[in-house]
Design a protein around this ligand. Sequence first.
Ligand code: PLP
Length: 392
Amino acid sequence: MQTEKVIKRDQKYLMHTYSRSPLVIERGAGMFAYAPDGREYLDFTSGIGVNALGYCHPAWVAAVTEQAQTLQHTSNLYYTAPCGKLAKRLCRRTGLDRVFFGNSGAEANEGAIKCARKYSVTHYSAARNKVITLNNSFHGRTLATLTATGQDVFHHDFGPFPENFLYVPANDFAALEAAADDSVCAVMMEMVQGEGGVVALDADYVHQVEAFCRARDILIIVDEVQTGVGRTGTFLACEHYGLRPDIVTLAKGLGGGLPIGAVLTTEKVGETMGPGSHGSTFGGNPVVCAGACAVLDTMDDEFLKNVNDRAVQLRAALADLPHVAQISGLGLMVGIAFEEGIQAADVRAACERKGLLVLTAKTRLRLLPPLILTEQDVDRAVAILREVLQTF
Ligand SMILES: Cc1ncc(COP(=O)(O)O)c(C=O)c1O
């Protein structure tokens, strides 16, 4: 009854911009989501990579609650402690120097594009403003980040788009070299294309792009909105590649469940963004930043070791399941390609009926479990997947 009421009200009053499952989640604890009728779901989606510490982690709840009882918001015209504390933690963990806080992944990427253009205009000329992105990428839903997104399917009906974005195929260095003339200020890429089907970039390609961009002072923006904050077993996914970007964007897992986006830059890029160059009313909100500090403080070496151990366990077990053709991605960002004739969307729906929440990305099944998962959680998820796949 409660479920029906919630769904009907939502359908009447909200824009129908999402294809939703007929499932209402009323509360969560750790790895589990609960429906109003008490049904338990093992959640391998973490709200699309957001609930890095699972549902209602005690350290995160305590930090957010304490801050909400102290100061919930003030403007960026004044200083508050939590956002500076978070920026310091981020700089220490990434080796970058300056941070700007916004509220979402798309907003972080907008900020990154602005930083790249500002740097280039300041040091070169206004004509040096083009941004190269990769085919099959996903960078967000605002007009500039939608334009940056290298998938035409998202572009229908929303033009005209901002100018001066170029697209090149991933892992094709010659194509990038040919496109990157003197009017290019930045290359923007995800280390693992998440929405694009959980596809990791080749290491050789990344190294070639880095050397090429360094030689020309073309800035490298790495969109770590989905891959960042421990998801792949390192704090940033670009650490797997030994890549040192000029700009990194974070969102999703950083806030542990509250909205946040962050643009991290080197000193030379950050210093060009002076007063009035960018802003956000809610950016750096003390409650959100206090929660994000708790996320980072929880994510120590032992925590990341568990991410890596569970990723190895999960990937090995998945490769052994019926109808599985390929496992892709990095760490706990997992894509599963099936043999022909098996639709990931059907597998997802069958898993949900058996109490396991999973995602799809293009033709693949996608797993983004909370990073707190245990050996037993992996066993349970794999057992459900096996049971489901045996029926196909
Ligand atoms: C790589 C990447 N960039 C940007 C975004 C956009 O983030 P948001 O939905 O928080 O705006 C996403 C969202 O899925 C993403 O995966």
